[in-house]
Design a protein around this ligand. Structure first.
Ligand code: ACO
Length: 329
């Protein structure tokens, strides 16, 4: 049996589309207010992709930035894994479009469907490939064009989401010397599959004129139920990832940017300080699989992470799915 290869993060990158929508935009569409949205969610604005942009286009820019930071070329990649719930097409996988656009001629490519846990699922899968000696350089991405699946007449969901992409290049730790992935965890509970749900468009309810008329291709969620689950799960994931480590060893927690109040409640439940938690929901809203890699890239580039200290990622979403990562920067 070969020994496990330690895996690190060689570089990160992200991209947010240029078009900014403030809360005032939604005041014209539904019965809501900037004050309500800020108080209940922490969101002030979000980005929406341009009409000609789809998820893979956002990914390519984030990926190029991550490759540049890693000082690697697209031809160095062995594998590309994309976590998304809003692929360009149902068929083929958007990771193949990314592979082609990057010119990553040697790379295999596939998508993973774990909703908001999509980036962590891609990250843990990529880590496992390198750890097992089956790949050397893996590009992992979390990205969404959620704006295409929002019911702009439903005030409880349309105000929450935005578009964006975040990427990381994984490599053997011996080569990249930082970001060692120390602990990973993934979980699921399909009994609650309909808490966050797109009813039509798949094989159970194929798209039809009727399904479109009924708006069944839009994201539907039972926000209050998600809220309760999310506070409990976020606190549990952070606690599990930090197990065996003193709080002083942890430089930063990068949680799924789901709702400022959910993040604060979870951190409060743990008795931790918000100083250790990276939040950028104010600017981008909830970009599902993209929140963690976008926030992490921003934290890295702004020097928020102390060298040699620990970083925790945690995410959860439709499925239900959840995941946590512990790494040393
Ligand atoms: N503006 C004004 N009022 C609103 C809005 C809005 N945009 N949205 C809901 N309300 C109203 C409701 O209709 C309700 O009115 P009622 O009391 O007359 O029935 C009232 O506000 C309170 O509703 P709650 O649902 O209790 O409000 P809450 O404080 O829980 O906030 C929210 C709602 C923001 C959706 C919150 O529950 C939440 O963030 N939940 C999690 C969000 C979520 O599911 N995200 C997806 C996770 S999965 C993923 O990331 C893809």
């Amino acid at each position: 049996m070969t020994s496990r290869v330690a895996v690190g993060i060689a570089g990160t990158g992200s991209y947010a589309p240029e078009r900014v929508l403030t809360n005032h935009y939604f005041e014209k569409l539904v019965d809501t207010s900037d004050e309500w949205i800020v108080q209940r969610t922490g969101i002030k604005e979000r980005r929406f992709a341009a009409p000609e942009q789809a998820t893979s286009d956002l990914c390519v820019i984030a990926a190029q930035r991550a490759l540049e930071a890693a000082k690697l070329d697209a031809n160095d990649l062995d594998l590309i894994i994309l976590g998304t719930l809003t692929p360009d097409f149902l068929l083929p996988a958007s990771s193949c479009l990314i592979q082609h656009a990057l010119g990553a001629k040697r790379a295999g490519a596939f998508d993973v469907g774990a909703a908001c846990t999509g980036f962590l699922t891609a990250l843990h899968t990529g880590e496992a490939f390198i750890a097992a000696g089956r790949a050397k350089h893996v590009l992992v991405i979390g990205a969404e064009c959620l704006s295409r699946f929002l019911d702009m007449t439903d005030r409880s969901s349309c105000i929450l989401f935005g578009d964006g992409a975040g990427a990381a290049v994984l490599a053997p730790l011996s080569e990249c010397k930082r970001g060692e992935i120390l602990r990973t965890s993934l979980g699921a509970d399909g009994s609650s599959f309909d808490v966050i749900h797109m009813v039509a468009g798949g094989s159970r309810n194929p798209p039809s004129a009727g399904s479109v008329e009924r708006g069944e291709h839009f994201i539907r969620l039972r926000g209050r139920e998600v809220f309760r689950f999310a506070v409990h799960k976020m606190a549990e994931l952070i606690e599990h990832m930090a197990e065996g480590h003193d709080q002083s060893e942890i430089s930063l927690v990068v949680p799924h940017q789901v709702n400022q109040r959910i993040i604060e409640s979870a951190v409060d439940r743990l008795g931790w300080s918000m100083d250790k938690v990276f939040v950028n929901i104010e600017q981008y809203g909830n970009t599902s699989a993209a929140t963690v890699p976008m926030a992490f890239d921003e934290a890295v580039r702004s020097g928020r992470i102390e060298q040699g200290k620990l970083v925790i990622f945690c995410a959860f979403g439709a499925g239900l799915t959840w995941g946590g990562t512990l790494l040393r920067w």
